[in-house]
Ligand binder design. Structure first.
Ligand SMILES: NC(=O)c1ccc[n+]([C@@H]2O[C@H](COP(=O)([O-])OP(=O)(O)OC[C@H]3O[C@@H](n4cnc5c(N)ncnc54)[C@H](OP(=O)(O)O)[C@@H]3O)[C@@H](O)[C@H]2O)c1
Ligand SMILES: *[C@@H]1O[C@H](CO)[C@@H](O)[C@H](O)[C@H]1NC(C)=O
Ligand SMILES: *[C@@H]1O[C@H](CO)[C@@H](O)[C@H](O)[C@H]1NC(C)=O
Length: 319
């Protein structure tokens, strides 16, 4: 066998293995099969102008929900809103402006929402950022951890009373499987000691899981449920802040192996609407299936959960 044969065989082998991997990924990918109708229900989706948030909002609108796209950029949000209205014919889709890095902005959004809306059935905390350089906000928070944890924490708490009144409301927080690599360092939540953008992303995604589980315990008996999920690896703009020499190969690879944003939205939609999720709370989902046994062990620590909740209340001026 000469060198050329060797190379050809290797290439052939790689193609066959890739095909198997692609087929495996497609077969195991969860799809929300529920036909649930959301007429008369109201939903908020943060970060709904692009990526999986957009498809989540589009799906709710198709099911006749009233949908508020909570985004930070009014121009981008309007484009998404018009597109969803046009595709679904649902006129009950509107925009709310929120910058999750800013506690002031979160409060303002909640205040305006509570002034006009009478109910809230679904809250999807989906917005998040990855890979920004270190930036401390005017309010003293590190901006990535603020956008990914403190902002959603405050938003959820401000809307809780209305959700309890609505009854059987569902809170869905988009986490990630990287929660497994996360740590909660209570002395570094605002990057006081050190800053590593991937570490903070991982930590914030672990915080999403811990927050969800503590929230579920606090909501027991109220009818409000809280779950979190890993959406899969998806082709979105999430990588926009990392260098392009890393971005380009990942993007090429992604065309073959990653989910589309529509596919990535399925687990959020499943948790938000499906009948079988009624009453389920405090769990972590992946591919529309319960994957709670795969979360970081830290997420089961009641002491850490209580402490994170209390510190978050302090940092967001809730208490
Ligand atoms: N993509 C993946 O492979 C993957 C894997 C695991 C988990 N996830 C999780 O899935 C979720 C969605 O990710 P994605 O990939 O769809 O991201 P994406 O396409 O980058 O979208 C991010 C969204 O969040 C919004 N956003 C960012 N900072 C904000 C702020 N301070 N205030 C309000 N909105 C803000 C963005 O608005 P602008 O457009 O205005 O910036 C945008 O709508 C995230 O929670 C992410 O952690 C993604
Ligand atoms: C819009 O939502 C409100 C409140 O849920 C509902 O009463 C109304 O019928 C909806 N309008 C349309 C056109 O769906
Ligand atoms: C964060 O998670 C990624 C996996 O997505 C891992 O490769 C990386 O080592 C983690 N970083 C830290 C600092 O824990």
């Amino acid at each position: 066998m000469d060198v050329l044969d060797c190379i050809l065989l290797t290439i052939l082998g790689a193609i066959v293995v890739s095909l198997f991997v692609i087929i495996y990924l497609k077969v195991t990918m969860g799809r929300c099969v529920s036909k649930a109708d959301l007429s008369g229900k109201t939903a908020i989706v943060t970060g709904a102008n692009t990526g999986i948030g957009f498809y989540t909002a589009l799906d709710f609108a198709t099911r006749n929900a009233r949908v508020i796209l909570a985004c930070r950029n009014a121009g981008k949000a309007k484009v998404a809103c018009d597109q969803i209205r046009q595709e679904t014919g649902n006129e009950n889709v509107t925009v709310g402006i929120i910058d999750l890095c800013s506690l002031t902005s979160v409060r303002k959004f909640a205040e305006e929402f509570l002034k006009v809306e009478r109910r809230l059935d679904i809250l999807v905390n989906n917005a998040s950022v990855l890979g920004l350089p270190k930036e401390i906000t005017d309010e003293g928070l590190e901006s990535m951890f603020a956008a990914n944890h403190f902002g959603p924490f405050l938003l959820t708490n401000l809307l809780l009373d209305l959700m309890k009144k609505t009854g059987r409301a569902r809170i869905i927080t988009v986490s990630s499987l990287v929660n497994k690599f996360g740590h909660i360092d209570f002395d570094n939540l605002c990057a006081e000691k050190s800053f590593d953008r991937f570490r903070i992303y991982n930590d914030s995604k672990l915080a999403n899981v811990i927050f969800t589980k503590e929230l579920a315990r606090r909501m027991e008996g109220t009818g409000v449920t809280a779950n979190c999920l890993h959406p899969g690896t998806i082709r979105t703009d999430l990588l926009r802040n990392i260098p392009s020499f890393v971005q380009i190969p990942i993007t090429l690879f992604g065309c073959l192996f990653f989910k589309s944003p529509d596919e990535g939205a399925q687990t959020s939609i499943h948790c938000a609407v499906s009948e079988e999720m009624e009453g389920v709370s405090g769990r972590y989902y992946c591919d529309c299936r319960d994957a709670d046994k795969s979360v970081n062990r830290v997420a089961h620590d009641l002491g850490i959960a209580k402490k994170l909740w209390e510190i978050s209340e302090k940092y967001t001026d809730l208490k």
